[in-house]
Design a protein around this ligand. Structure first.
Ligand SMILES: Nc1ncnc2c1ncn2[C@@H]1O[C@H](COP(=O)(O)OP(=O)(O)OP(=O)(O)O)[C@@H](O)[C@H]1O
Length: 319
Protein backbone atom coordinates (compact mmCIF):
# COMPACT_ATOMS: atom_id res chain seq x y z
CA UNK A 1 0.00 0.00 0.00
CA UNK A 2 1.19 3.48 -0.79
CA UNK A 3 -0.17 6.85 0.24
CA UNK A 4 -2.00 6.98 -3.07
CA UNK A 5 -4.05 3.84 -2.34
CA UNK A 6 -3.75 0.17 -3.18
CA UNK A 7 -1.71 -0.64 -6.27
CA UNK A 8 -4.73 -2.28 -7.86
CA UNK A 9 -6.54 1.04 -8.10
CA UNK A 10 -6.40 2.56 -11.53
CA UNK A 11 -4.12 5.56 -12.04
CA UNK A 12 -7.08 7.44 -13.51
CA UNK A 13 -10.74 6.70 -12.97
CA UNK A 14 -13.67 8.88 -13.90
CA UNK A 15 -17.33 8.20 -13.35
CA UNK A 16 -19.94 9.89 -15.49
CA UNK A 17 -17.52 12.72 -16.25
CA UNK A 18 -19.38 15.39 -18.19
CA UNK A 19 -18.71 18.91 -19.44
CA UNK A 20 -21.39 21.11 -20.88
CA UNK A 21 -20.06 24.51 -21.88
CA UNK A 22 -22.07 27.69 -21.44
CA UNK A 23 -22.75 27.58 -25.17
CA UNK A 24 -24.82 24.47 -24.42
CA UNK A 25 -22.35 22.19 -26.16
CA UNK A 26 -21.70 18.90 -24.40
CA UNK A 27 -17.97 18.42 -25.05
CA UNK A 28 -17.66 15.38 -22.78
CA UNK A 29 -20.64 13.15 -22.14
CA UNK A 30 -20.67 10.80 -19.13
CA UNK A 31 -17.35 9.08 -19.65
CA UNK A 32 -16.02 6.34 -17.39
CA UNK A 33 -12.30 6.37 -18.05
CA UNK A 34 -10.16 3.62 -16.50
CA UNK A 35 -6.41 3.88 -16.93
CA UNK A 36 -4.72 0.96 -15.14
CA UNK A 37 -1.47 1.57 -13.29
CA UNK A 38 1.54 1.12 -15.51
CA UNK A 39 -0.48 1.45 -18.71
CA UNK A 40 0.38 3.55 -21.71
CA UNK A 41 -3.14 4.63 -22.56
CA UNK A 42 -3.72 6.01 -26.04
CA UNK A 43 -6.59 8.47 -25.75
CA UNK A 44 -7.71 8.62 -29.36
CA UNK A 45 -10.29 10.57 -31.25
CA UNK A 46 -10.73 13.02 -34.08
CA UNK A 47 -10.25 16.76 -33.54
CA UNK A 48 -12.96 18.18 -31.35
CA UNK A 49 -14.02 14.86 -29.82
CA UNK A 50 -13.41 16.07 -26.25
CA UNK A 51 -9.93 14.78 -25.41
CA UNK A 52 -8.46 18.12 -24.30
CA UNK A 53 -11.52 19.02 -22.24
CA UNK A 54 -11.29 15.63 -20.52
CA UNK A 55 -7.60 16.04 -19.71
CA UNK A 56 -8.23 19.55 -18.38
CA UNK A 57 -10.96 18.16 -16.13
CA UNK A 58 -8.63 15.41 -14.88
CA UNK A 59 -6.17 18.09 -13.80
CA UNK A 60 -8.81 20.32 -12.23
CA UNK A 61 -8.23 23.07 -14.83
CA UNK A 62 -11.85 22.85 -16.00
CA UNK A 63 -14.63 22.02 -13.57
CA UNK A 64 -16.90 19.17 -14.62
CA UNK A 65 -20.62 19.75 -15.02
CA UNK A 66 -21.17 16.30 -13.54
CA UNK A 67 -19.25 13.21 -12.55
CA UNK A 68 -16.10 12.50 -10.59
CA UNK A 69 -12.35 12.13 -11.11
CA UNK A 70 -9.83 10.07 -9.17
CA UNK A 71 -6.11 10.40 -9.86
CA UNK A 72 -3.78 7.86 -8.24
CA UNK A 73 -6.54 6.97 -5.81
CA UNK A 74 -7.29 10.56 -4.71
CA UNK A 75 -10.50 12.40 -5.50
CA UNK A 76 -10.09 15.55 -7.53
CA UNK A 77 -10.11 18.47 -7.14
CA UNK A 78 -9.90 18.04 -3.33
CA UNK A 79 -6.89 15.73 -3.49
CA UNK A 80 -5.05 18.01 -5.92
CA UNK A 81 -2.51 19.50 -3.51
CA UNK A 82 -1.42 16.01 -2.47
CA UNK A 83 -1.63 14.20 -5.78
CA UNK A 84 -0.74 16.78 -8.43
CA UNK A 85 2.98 16.91 -7.54
CA UNK A 86 3.05 13.26 -8.68
CA UNK A 87 1.36 14.11 -11.96
CA UNK A 88 3.16 15.65 -14.92
CA UNK A 89 1.07 17.26 -17.60
CA UNK A 90 1.46 18.60 -21.09
CA UNK A 91 -1.64 20.58 -21.99
CA UNK A 92 -2.26 23.23 -24.61
CA UNK A 93 -0.89 26.67 -23.97
CA UNK A 94 1.50 26.12 -21.07
CA UNK A 95 2.41 29.30 -19.28
CA UNK A 96 5.85 30.01 -20.74
CA UNK A 97 7.30 33.47 -20.80
CA UNK A 98 8.04 34.52 -24.41
CA UNK A 99 11.05 36.69 -23.61
CA UNK A 100 12.81 34.21 -21.35
CA UNK A 101 15.06 31.41 -22.48
CA UNK A 102 13.96 27.79 -22.22
CA UNK A 103 16.24 27.32 -19.22
CA UNK A 104 14.97 30.45 -17.47
CA UNK A 105 11.39 29.33 -18.09
CA UNK A 106 12.07 25.97 -16.47
CA UNK A 107 13.83 27.72 -13.56
CA UNK A 108 10.71 29.82 -12.99
CA UNK A 109 8.42 26.81 -13.09
CA UNK A 110 10.65 24.79 -10.79
CA UNK A 111 10.84 27.69 -8.31
CA UNK A 112 7.03 27.80 -8.08
CA UNK A 113 7.08 24.22 -6.81
CA UNK A 114 7.44 24.60 -3.04
CA UNK A 115 8.49 20.97 -2.64
CA UNK A 116 11.42 21.24 -5.08
CA UNK A 117 14.81 21.86 -3.50
CA UNK A 118 16.62 24.93 -4.94
CA UNK A 119 20.03 23.22 -4.52
CA UNK A 120 19.23 20.45 -6.95
CA UNK A 121 17.43 22.75 -9.40
CA UNK A 122 20.21 23.15 -12.00
CA UNK A 123 20.68 19.39 -12.17
CA UNK A 124 16.95 18.77 -12.57
CA UNK A 125 16.70 21.33 -15.33
CA UNK A 126 19.73 19.98 -17.20
CA UNK A 127 18.30 16.46 -17.01
CA UNK A 128 14.86 17.56 -18.26
CA UNK A 129 16.35 19.54 -21.16
CA UNK A 130 18.55 16.60 -22.07
CA UNK A 131 15.64 14.16 -22.06
CA UNK A 132 13.70 16.17 -24.62
CA UNK A 133 16.72 17.06 -26.76
CA UNK A 134 16.79 20.78 -25.97
CA UNK A 135 20.22 21.06 -24.36
CA UNK A 136 21.73 22.88 -27.33
CA UNK A 137 18.77 25.27 -27.62
CA UNK A 138 18.44 25.96 -23.87
CA UNK A 139 19.60 29.57 -24.10
CA UNK A 140 17.22 30.52 -26.91
CA UNK A 141 14.21 32.66 -26.06
CA UNK A 142 10.85 30.88 -25.98
CA UNK A 143 9.36 33.19 -28.62
CA UNK A 144 12.05 32.07 -31.06
CA UNK A 145 11.12 28.44 -30.58
CA UNK A 146 9.35 26.47 -33.30
CA UNK A 147 6.10 24.69 -32.44
CA UNK A 148 8.01 21.44 -32.08
CA UNK A 149 10.54 23.00 -29.71
CA UNK A 150 7.69 24.46 -27.66
CA UNK A 151 6.18 20.99 -27.37
CA UNK A 152 9.51 19.62 -26.22
CA UNK A 153 9.83 22.36 -23.61
CA UNK A 154 6.32 21.55 -22.39
CA UNK A 155 7.43 17.94 -21.99
CA UNK A 156 10.59 19.04 -20.15
CA UNK A 157 8.41 21.00 -17.72
CA UNK A 158 6.28 17.91 -17.12
CA UNK A 159 9.45 15.93 -16.41
CA UNK A 160 11.13 18.31 -13.97
CA UNK A 161 10.36 15.82 -11.23
CA UNK A 162 9.86 12.08 -11.19
CA UNK A 163 6.17 11.44 -11.87
CA UNK A 164 3.86 8.52 -11.25
CA UNK A 165 1.36 9.70 -13.86
CA UNK A 166 1.80 11.73 -17.04
CA UNK A 167 -1.09 13.28 -18.93
CA UNK A 168 0.14 14.33 -22.35
CA UNK A 169 -2.24 16.12 -24.69
CA UNK A 170 -1.13 15.67 -28.30
CA UNK A 171 2.59 15.60 -27.46
CA UNK A 172 3.54 14.95 -31.08
CA UNK A 173 1.69 18.02 -32.32
CA UNK A 174 4.06 20.11 -34.44
CA UNK A 175 6.90 17.59 -34.35
CA UNK A 176 8.58 16.23 -37.45
CA UNK A 177 8.80 12.44 -37.92
CA UNK A 178 12.11 12.31 -36.04
CA UNK A 179 10.64 14.32 -33.14
CA UNK A 180 7.59 12.05 -33.15
CA UNK A 181 9.84 9.00 -32.86
CA UNK A 182 11.67 10.65 -29.97
CA UNK A 183 8.42 11.35 -28.12
CA UNK A 184 7.38 7.73 -28.62
CA UNK A 185 10.71 6.57 -27.23
CA UNK A 186 10.34 8.93 -24.29
CA UNK A 187 6.84 7.63 -23.53
CA UNK A 188 8.19 4.08 -23.64
CA UNK A 189 11.06 5.03 -21.35
CA UNK A 190 8.72 6.68 -18.83
CA UNK A 191 6.49 3.61 -18.82
CA UNK A 192 9.51 1.32 -18.41
CA UNK A 193 10.44 3.41 -15.39
CA UNK A 194 7.07 2.52 -13.85
CA UNK A 195 5.00 5.62 -14.69
CA UNK A 196 1.47 5.48 -16.06
CA UNK A 197 1.10 7.55 -19.21
CA UNK A 198 -2.07 8.83 -20.84
CA UNK A 199 -1.31 10.26 -24.25
CA UNK A 200 -3.91 11.81 -26.53
CA UNK A 201 -3.75 11.91 -30.29
CA UNK A 202 -5.90 12.25 -33.36
CA UNK A 203 -3.22 10.36 -35.30
CA UNK A 204 -3.46 6.67 -34.49
CA UNK A 205 -0.29 5.79 -36.35
CA UNK A 206 1.78 8.12 -34.19
CA UNK A 207 1.11 6.41 -30.89
CA UNK A 208 -0.36 3.01 -31.68
CA UNK A 209 2.97 1.25 -31.30
CA UNK A 210 3.61 2.41 -27.75
CA UNK A 211 0.12 1.90 -26.30
CA UNK A 212 -0.87 -0.99 -24.08
CA UNK A 213 -4.42 0.37 -23.78
CA UNK A 214 -6.66 2.46 -25.95
CA UNK A 215 -9.75 4.62 -25.42
CA UNK A 216 -11.67 5.88 -28.43
CA UNK A 217 -13.54 9.18 -28.18
CA UNK A 218 -16.05 10.52 -30.64
CA UNK A 219 -18.30 13.54 -30.18
CA UNK A 220 -17.76 13.61 -26.43
CA UNK A 221 -18.41 9.93 -25.88
CA UNK A 222 -15.96 7.19 -24.95
CA UNK A 223 -17.02 4.55 -27.46
CA UNK A 224 -14.54 1.84 -26.45
CA UNK A 225 -11.65 1.24 -24.10
CA UNK A 226 -9.48 -1.69 -23.17
CA UNK A 227 -6.21 -3.31 -24.09
CA UNK A 228 -5.17 -2.98 -27.72
CA UNK A 229 -6.01 -6.62 -28.30
CA UNK A 230 -9.45 -6.28 -26.70
CA UNK A 231 -10.28 -3.31 -28.88
CA UNK A 232 -9.01 -4.93 -32.07
CA UNK A 233 -11.01 -8.10 -31.33
CA UNK A 234 -14.23 -6.10 -31.52
CA UNK A 235 -13.48 -5.63 -35.22
CA UNK A 236 -14.34 -7.85 -38.14
CA UNK A 237 -12.08 -10.55 -39.58
CA UNK A 238 -12.32 -10.59 -43.38
CA UNK A 239 -11.53 -13.10 -46.04
CA UNK A 240 -10.12 -11.65 -49.26
CA UNK A 241 -10.02 -13.73 -52.41
CA UNK A 242 -7.83 -12.79 -55.38
CA UNK A 243 -8.75 -14.05 -58.80
CA UNK A 244 -8.86 -12.95 -62.46
CA UNK A 245 -11.14 -9.97 -63.17
CA UNK A 246 -13.58 -12.08 -65.22
CA UNK A 247 -14.05 -14.50 -62.30
CA UNK A 248 -14.77 -11.98 -59.55
CA UNK A 249 -18.54 -12.09 -59.90
CA UNK A 250 -18.32 -15.89 -59.83
CA UNK A 251 -16.32 -15.79 -56.57
CA UNK A 252 -18.82 -13.39 -55.06
CA UNK A 253 -21.62 -15.89 -55.83
CA UNK A 254 -19.63 -18.73 -54.24
CA UNK A 255 -19.03 -16.72 -51.06
CA UNK A 256 -22.70 -15.75 -50.84
CA UNK A 257 -23.58 -19.41 -51.39
CA UNK A 258 -21.46 -20.29 -48.36
CA UNK A 259 -23.61 -18.00 -46.26
CA UNK A 260 -21.15 -15.09 -46.05
CA UNK A 261 -22.83 -11.70 -45.81
CA UNK A 262 -21.84 -8.30 -47.17
CA UNK A 263 -19.75 -9.78 -49.98
CA UNK A 264 -18.15 -7.01 -52.03
CA UNK A 265 -15.63 -6.51 -54.81
CA UNK A 266 -12.89 -4.31 -53.37
CA UNK A 267 -10.46 -3.36 -56.14
CA UNK A 268 -8.74 -6.55 -57.17
CA UNK A 269 -10.23 -8.75 -54.48
CA UNK A 270 -13.57 -10.14 -53.45
CA UNK A 271 -13.95 -9.57 -49.72
CA UNK A 272 -16.41 -10.51 -47.00
CA UNK A 273 -16.55 -10.73 -43.22
CA UNK A 274 -15.62 -14.29 -42.35
CA UNK A 275 -18.09 -14.64 -39.50
CA UNK A 276 -17.98 -18.19 -38.16
CA UNK A 277 -16.98 -19.76 -41.49
CA UNK A 278 -13.65 -21.62 -41.57
CA UNK A 279 -11.21 -20.22 -44.12
CA UNK A 280 -10.47 -23.76 -45.47
CA UNK A 281 -14.13 -24.06 -46.40
CA UNK A 282 -13.90 -20.85 -48.39
CA UNK A 283 -10.77 -22.04 -50.20
CA UNK A 284 -12.28 -25.45 -51.01
CA UNK A 285 -15.56 -23.95 -52.24
CA UNK A 286 -13.83 -21.43 -54.50
CA UNK A 287 -11.41 -23.95 -56.03
CA UNK A 288 -14.10 -26.66 -56.20
CA UNK A 289 -16.25 -24.34 -58.26
CA UNK A 290 -13.56 -24.03 -60.92
CA UNK A 291 -12.19 -20.61 -59.97
CA UNK A 292 -8.48 -19.91 -60.60
CA UNK A 293 -7.47 -18.93 -57.11
CA UNK A 294 -4.61 -16.39 -57.31
CA UNK A 295 -4.49 -15.66 -53.60
CA UNK A 296 -6.42 -15.83 -50.39
CA UNK A 297 -5.90 -13.73 -47.32
CA UNK A 298 -7.45 -13.56 -43.88
CA UNK A 299 -7.34 -9.98 -42.72
CA UNK A 300 -7.55 -9.51 -38.94
CA UNK A 301 -9.09 -6.27 -37.72
CA UNK A 302 -6.72 -3.45 -36.87
CA UNK A 303 -7.27 -0.65 -34.40
CA UNK A 304 -7.80 1.66 -37.33
CA UNK A 305 -10.59 -0.55 -38.71
CA UNK A 306 -12.30 -0.42 -35.32
CA UNK A 307 -11.83 3.34 -35.06
CA UNK A 308 -13.34 3.92 -38.48
CA UNK A 309 -16.27 1.64 -37.72
CA UNK A 310 -16.97 3.30 -34.35
CA UNK A 311 -16.59 6.90 -35.34
CA UNK A 312 -17.29 6.88 -39.05
CA UNK A 313 -14.12 8.91 -39.46
CA UNK A 314 -10.68 8.06 -40.70
CA UNK A 315 -7.36 8.91 -39.17
CA UNK A 316 -4.84 10.78 -41.22
CA UNK A 317 -2.32 8.04 -41.62
CA UNK A 318 0.51 10.43 -42.31
CA UNK A 319 0.92 14.05 -41.54
N1 LIG B 1 -14.15 26.84 -23.61
C1 LIG B 1 -14.98 26.28 -24.48
N2 LIG B 1 -16.21 26.81 -24.71
C2 LIG B 1 -17.07 26.24 -25.58
N3 LIG B 1 -16.80 25.12 -26.29
C3 LIG B 1 -15.60 24.55 -26.12
C4 LIG B 1 -14.62 25.09 -25.20
N4 LIG B 1 -13.52 24.30 -25.24
C5 LIG B 1 -13.78 23.31 -26.13
N5 LIG B 1 -15.02 23.46 -26.65
C6 LIG B 1 -15.67 22.56 -27.64
O1 LIG B 1 -15.76 21.27 -27.09
C7 LIG B 1 -15.51 20.27 -28.09
C8 LIG B 1 -14.37 19.38 -27.65
O2 LIG B 1 -13.17 20.09 -27.69
P1 LIG B 1 -11.78 19.49 -27.21
O3 LIG B 1 -10.75 20.56 -27.38
O4 LIG B 1 -11.95 18.90 -25.87
O5 LIG B 1 -11.56 18.32 -28.27
P2 LIG B 1 -10.25 17.52 -28.66
O6 LIG B 1 -10.68 16.12 -28.85
O7 LIG B 1 -9.18 17.78 -27.67
O8 LIG B 1 -9.87 18.13 -30.04
P3 LIG B 1 -8.43 18.57 -30.60
O9 LIG B 1 -7.74 17.30 -30.97
O10 LIG B 1 -8.80 19.41 -31.78
O11 LIG B 1 -7.75 19.34 -29.51
C9 LIG B 1 -15.21 21.02 -29.37
O12 LIG B 1 -16.38 21.06 -30.15
C10 LIG B 1 -14.84 22.41 -28.90
O13 LIG B 1 -15.20 23.37 -29.85
Amino acid sequence: MTAGGPAAEPAVRTRGLTKRFRSGQVAVDHIDLVVPRGAVYGFLGPNGSGKTTTIRMLLGLVSPTAGSVELLGSSMPGGGPVVLPRVGALVEGPAFHPYLSARANLERLDAVDATASPQSRPGRIDAALERVGLTAAAAKKYRQYSLGMKQRLGLAAALLRPRDLLLLDEPTNGLDPQGTREVRALVRELADGGATVLVSSHLLSEIEQVCSHVGIMSRGELLAQGTRAEIAETGTTEVRVMTRPDQRAHVARVLTGLGLEDVRVDGEVVAAPLGGTAVEKVAQAVVGDGVDLLGLEVRRPTLEDVFVRLTGEGFDVDR
